[in-house]
Design a protein around this ligand. Sequence first.
Ligand code: KGT
Length: 276
Amino acid sequence: MHISLLQCQSSRDVSANLLFIESQLNELKRDVDAPHLVVLPECSLLFGGHESQQLAYAGDAHQSPLKSALSALAAKYQVFMVAGTIPALAEDGRVYSRSYLFDDKGDTLGYYDKLHLFDVDVADGTKQYRESETFCPGDHISVIDTPFGKIGLAICYDLRFPDLFRAMRLAGAEIITLPSAFTKVTGEAHWQVLLQARAIETQCVILAAAQWGQHNEGSRETWGQSMVVGPWGNILAERKTGTGWVQAEVDLTELHSIRRKMPVMQHNRFLEPSLK
Ligand SMILES: O=C(O)CNC(=O)[C@H](CS)NC(=O)CCC(=O)C(=O)O
């Protein structure tokens, strides 16, 4: 399985973000005769956008200029793409933080709306984070069958919620994608250990594409360290700083062997209906 994560330093400038993503796709080293999975970070096209900007770009529930732009890139470069996150209009007037999975023709295979919203005070010198002021939480999990295997979709702060990851494993996930924009403070403290823990607990491959560096004149700083983590918790590839690709070849044979030798899902005493 050919995988490429793109570490970005996105901003509120949608055109500049799109140009960067396309320039990187143009330089992507890949085997054109094999399916290739690209994962973009959270808010790859619109980072730190004010509520009005998020709403302006949200389009309606399933059609928007941002979705069209990214699905067109997936088709043009013939890659399967987890298109980070883009705003999608919600019924209550806010927007969902939505992650689409496109195939290499740009068709939508599935989508996921971020379930856990980052309403957190972080000692990073910026304002408190109140994601729910702009975004509406989703209400479903999403595990999608693909030529790479079954892919579960999660986003950023979701990483802190093991029940979501267990639900995706129970729904058949073998790979979990995590478009992210961890803060520098919390990323330094928790990012790697949480990713390794989720990979070990679920016995899944985790593809974590991250935002890195200063954004929007230094109003935000993100941690970076995009990485591919194997089902044994091993880091298969990473990029600590800077923008650009993180690439890995992943074979699910090892994953199935680990699951056979250590059947944690069958041993779990807290899965319904054995123990409450
Ligand atoms: O606001 C944007 O434009 C992009 N979205 C984000 O940066 C989101 C919401 S503020 N960030 C996180 O969820 C950080 C999670 C995190 O850092 C942690 O769990 O420690």
